[in-house]
Design a protein around this ligand. Structure first.
Ligand SMILES: [Mg+2]
Length: 398
């Protein structure tokens, strides 16, 4: 626009003096953090229990964050811990919560950085960032609701549904005949793949169960195994070679989660793809895994790595290096994130968290479908409140 006279200059000044983004920014006015324990119907065992490293899992600790803004928007997020750690995450989240008050909830990365530095003395991975996860997830939920979009659409989806496999029916505490029944139930419900646990001290027993499940499913139905880090390098290569004939989608966590060299050697040696990454607790740890060529599939977990913000960074790096994606657990969050990954990913189906929410995801034709509900698309159920053992509020509820 050219300015030809004094009066033109005045009207131009009026245009550029309209309100700025700072003038209309929303503000966080209220934050609630709560701790709930979700009981499991049956104690659950994977290979870590059979090798004596862990006790059977009887409950999952859930750390919720609820955030409200001055303009009336709300976000809900959660983190979790299996076995120990939940109360510690909750305690640190309470320490961090008042850092959110007064911030513009749209400035998620700025808030993330603030929370990260608030707890930097105790590190930038593990429980420190897992205490940030509920807030970060809630802020993304709120941002999508503000935009009147499902989160997958806010981020930009490559697909409306994600192929989905079940894990919960194939744990090691479950007798083989019941595993076979669970497989049939899962298929009838529309599941797209089945994963069973392996990694027992008796490797012949792993092969026996795998043989029976493959026979039940037929040669081509997608099937994965998960050793939960319990093999040494020698056992992993030997079992990996034996399992080549089973046409597996992947072998998961064959080795210790931090054995990048071992995973890289295995990935290079076997035709069957290797999957790992669920135990890693930061972007930096995933960066080492990806740059170390340690797996074919990366399996980040948004609550575990510190929320959606670092998860997006992990996805970008994984895609750049040609990895496939199979997020771990928390399908309520990961469905939206996996829907945005350029390469076809796999979503892990666990029904464990269903009672926490009033809404359920739709499984059809082997895939989990993104609903048209806004944000993550969930509200907390009465049951979630009933399982809540402690809560803490910050600021004034708008
Ligand atoms: Mg696993």
């Amino acid at each position: 626009m050219s300015i030809k006279s004094n009066s033109d200059a005045v009207s131009y000044a009026k245009v550029i003096n309209s309100k700025t983004a700072a003038d209309t920014a929303d503000r966080i006015e209220w934050v609630k953090v709560s701790l709930a324990f979700l009981p499991l119907a049956t104690p659950v065992s994977d290979a870590k229990v059979l090798t004596g490293r862990q006790k059977p899992l009887t409950e999952v600790a859930i750390i919720f964050a609820e955030i409200r803004s001055r303009d009336g928007y709300e976000g809900i997020g959660f983190s979790y811990s299996k076995r120990a750690g939940g109360p510690g995450i909750y305690a640190h989240a309470k320490e961090l919560a008042d850092n959110l008050l007064g911030e513009d909830p749209n400035d998620i990365d700025k808030i993330y950085t603030k929370l990260l530095w608030a707890g930097a003395s105790v590190g930038r991975s593990g429980m420190t960032v897992q205490a940030i996860s509920p807030f970060d997830v809630a802020l993304w939920d709120m941002k999508a609701k503000r935009a009147k979009l499902p989160l997958a659409k806010l981020l930009g989806a490559h697909r409306d549904s994600v192929q989905c496999y079940n894990t919960s029916g194939g744990f090691l505490h479950t007798p083989l005949d019941q595993v076979i029944k669970n497989v049939a139930i899962s298929r009838e419900s529309g599941i797209g793949g089945i994963k069973i646990k392996v990694g027992q001290p008796n490797t012949a027993e792993d092969i026996r169960r795998l043989t029976a499940v493959r026979k039940e499913l037929g040669d081509d139905f997608p099937l994965m195994v998960d050793a939960n880090q319990q093999w040494d390098r020698e056992t992993a290569i030997r079992m990996g070679r034996k399992m080549e004939e089973f046409n597996l989608v992947w072998i998961e966590e064959p080795l210790d989660a931090y054995d990048i060299e071992g995973h890289a050697a295995l990935t290079a040696s076997l035709d069957t793809p290797i999957a790992t990454g669920e135990m890693l607790t930061s972007y930096r740890e995933h960066e080492q895994l990806i740059l170390g060529n340690a797996s074919d599939f990366v399996q980040p977990d948004a609550p575990r790595v510190g929320g959606i913000t670092p998860f997006l960074q992990i996805m970008a790096l994984a895609h750049k290096h040609g990895r496939k994606l199979a997020p771990h657990f928390a399908m309520e969050i990961h469905l939206h994130l996996a829907a945005t990954y350029p390469q076809e990913p796999w979503l892990e189906h666990f029904e464990w968290l269903n009672p926490l929410f009033n809404e359920q995801l739709e499984l059809k034709d082997g895939r989990m479908w993104v609903s048209d509900r806004l944000g993550l698309g969930f509200t907390l159920s009465e049951q979630a409140l009933a399982w809540t053992v402690d809560k803490c509020e910050f600021g004034k509820k708008p």
